[in-house]
Ligand binder design. Structure first.
Ligand SMILES: Cc1ncc(COP(=O)(O)O)c(C=O)c1O
Length: 435
C-alpha cells in the first residue's frame, strides 16, 4: 500500500488549506471544551457540564418502548426505514396536541397545521436551521443577556451579530427590548434585526422563568414593531417540564394569537434522554416551509428510529411518570445546592445568586473584582481544589455592551447532593482565596 501521502513530508511545500470564512467564525466555542473537560477529569466535581442526571436516565421505560416497537414487525420496519424531512407524522400530531395541552388551550391544536410541526435531531438542530433560514452574515439577533451560549455560538457560526437585551431577576426587561429596537431604527439599521431569542422557562444559564406580564409586554412590543418589518421571537422551551415549585406559565407561543410571530422550540433531551436526542418545534407557516427546504438539503429527515422511540414513549404514557421522577430527584439536588451556597457563600460579601424554581442551573454573581474566566485566578484555584464551573462571560451576546467577568453558571444536574455540597464548599474556598 502506498502510504506516502500519510507522511508529513508528502505535503511539505504545499500552501496551507483554505477553510471557509464560516469555519473561522466558529473558532473558540466553549461547549466542546466544557464537555471534554467533564469527561477528561471525572475525579473533578463538575458543576459545569449541562449533562442530565445519570441515575434517573429512563432505562426501563426506554426498554419497554423499544420492546413494543420491535414486537410489532410493521412498526419495527417503519422505524428502521428513513422517515420524512419534517419528521414522523404521528409524533408531530402528538406534539401539537401536547403543546395545546400544556398551555391549556385546546383550540391551539386545531389552529396549528401539521406542516408547522418539525422534528429534529435535538432542538439545537432546529435552532440552527431557524437561524440559517433567517439570517445573513451581519444580521442581528437580539438575545437576552445572559443567554444559552451554544445558540450564541450557532449565531457566530453564521456571522450573525448577537446583541444583548438587558435582563433582571425576572428575565428579559421589556423596556430594554424596546430600547434596542429603537436604537437600531434611529441608526437606520432596523432591517438587520430579524429575531429575538430567549429561553422562557428556567433559562440556561440564569434559571429564570419570564413572568406572564412580561410575556404579554414582549409580545405587545413585537406586534408593534412587526408593522415595520418581520421580527420573529424564538422561544426556547427546553426546560419547561423541569419545574420543581410553583405553577406553569403559558408559553409565548400560546399568547401569540396571530401564530405568525413566535417560533417554539422544545426537546426531549432534558425531560427524557439526550442520547435519544429528539427535538421539535412549532413554527409560523412560512418559516416552517423555508426551514424544511433547508433541512431537506441537510439530512432529508432526522434519525427516524429515535423519533419512533419517543412516539412510543408518548403513546404509552411513559413520559409523565418519568418527569415526576426527575422532578423529585432534581428538586433534592437544587435544594442541596441552594443550602450549600447559603452556608458557604452567604458569609462572603458581594456574592449573590438567583433561586430558580426549576431547570438545571444556578446563576452566581461574585464581587466585581473576581475574574471568573478560564485565564483568571479563580478558575485555576477552583480546578486545583477539584471543582469545575462555567465562566459566565461565555453566556453574553458578542456585539454590544460590556461583558461582566464576575459571573458563574453552576449546574446541579449531574452530581449527587453530597458532591454538589462539597463542590460548592470547594468553590467558596477558591473564591475566598482570590478575594
Ligand atoms: C436552552 C437550551 N436550548 C436547547 C438545548 C438543546 O438541547 P438538544 O439539542 O439536546 O435538544 C439546550 C441544551 O443544553 C439548552 O440548554
Amino acid at each position: 500500500m502506498d502510504t506516502s501521502l500519510d507522511s508529513p513530508s508528502a505535503t511539505r511545500g504545499w500552501p496551507p488549506p483554505r477553510w471557509s470564512r464560516r469555519s473561522g467564525w466558529a473558532r473558540n466555542q466553549p461547549i466542546s471544551q466544557l464537555m471534554a473537560q467533564a469527561l477528561q477529569y471525572p475525579e473533578l466535581i463538575s458543576l459545569a457540564a449541562g449533562f442530565v442526571d445519570n441515575e434517573t436516565l429512563p432505562v426501563e421505560k426506554t426498554r419497554q418502548a423499544l420492546a413494543e416497537l420491535m414486537d410489532d414487525p410493521r412498526l419495527a420496519r417503519a422505524a428502521l426505514q428513513y422517515g420524512s424531512t419534517a419528521g414522523n407524522p404521528e409524533l408531530r400530531d402528538r406534539l401539537r396536541a401536547r403543546l395545546a395541552h400544556m398551555d391549556q388551550k385546546p383550540e391551539l391544536e386545531q389552529a396549528i397545521e401539521l406542516d408547522q410541526v418539525i422534528v429534529t435531531a435535538g432542538s439545537n438542530q432546529l435552532l440552527h436551521l431557524v437561524a440559517e433560514a433567517l439570517f445573513d452574515p451581519g444580521d442581528v439577533c437580539l438575545c437576552a443577556a445572559p443567554s444559552y451560549f451554544v445558540f450564541l455560538g450557532t449565531l457566530a457560526n453564521l456571522g450573525v451579530h448577537s446583541v444583548p437585551v438587558e435582563t433582571d431577576q425576572d428575565g428579559l426587561v421589556p423596556e430594554a427590548l424596546e430600547h434596542q429596537l429603537a436604537h437600531f431604527q434611529r441608526s437606520g439599521q432596523l432591517e438587520r434585526v430579524k429575531a429575538v431569542y430567549l429561553v422562557s422557562y428556567f433559562d440556561n444559564p440564569a434559571g429564570i422563568t419570564l413572568p406572564l406580564k412580561r410575556r404579554e409586554q414582549v409580545l405587545e412590543i413585537l406586534r408593534r414593531w412587526n408593522r415595520h418589518q418581520r421580527i420573529y421571537l424564538i422561544e426556547d422551551g427546553a426546560y419547561r417540564l423541569l419545574r420543581y415549585y410553583g405553577e406553569d406559565v403559558p408559553s409565548l407561543r400560546s399568547l401569540d394569537e396571530s401564530g405568525q410571530l413566535v417560533v417554539w422550540t422544545d426537546t426531549f433531551s432534558k425531560c427524557f434522554s439526550p442520547g435519544v436526542r429528539v427535538g421539535w418545534g412549532v413554527l409560523p407557516p412560512e418559516l416552517a416551509q423555508v426551514v424544511l427546504d433547508l433541512k431537506g438539503n441537510v439530512d432529508f429527515g432526522s434519525p427516524h428510529f429515535a423519533q419512533c422511540v419517543i412516539n412510543q414513549v408518548l403513546a404509552r404514557g411513559l413520559l409523565e411518570p418519568h418527569v415526576e421522577v426527575l422532578r423529585r430527584a432534581y428538586r433534592t439536588k437544587l435544594e442541596a445546592m441552594l443550602q450549600a451556597l447559603e452556608e458557604h457563600l452567604g458569609p462572603l460579601p458581594g456574592c449573590r445568586w438567583i433561586r430558580p424554581q426549576g431547570g438545571l442551573y444556578v446563576w452566581l454573581t461574585l464581587p466585581p473584582e473576581v475574574d471568573t474566566r478560564p485565564e483568571g485566578p479563580l478558575f485555576h484555584a477552583a480546578v486545583e481544589r477539584g471543582v469545575l464551573y462555567v465562566p459566565g462571560h461565555y453566556c453574553y451576546p458578542t456585539h454590544g455592551g460590556p461583558v461582566p467577568h464576575n459571573t458563574i453558571r453552576l449546574s446541579f444536574g449531574v452530581q449527587p447532593p453530597e458532591r454538589i455540597a462539597q463542590g460548592v464548599r470547594l468553590l467558596a474556598e477558591a473564591i475566598t482565596e482570590v478575594l
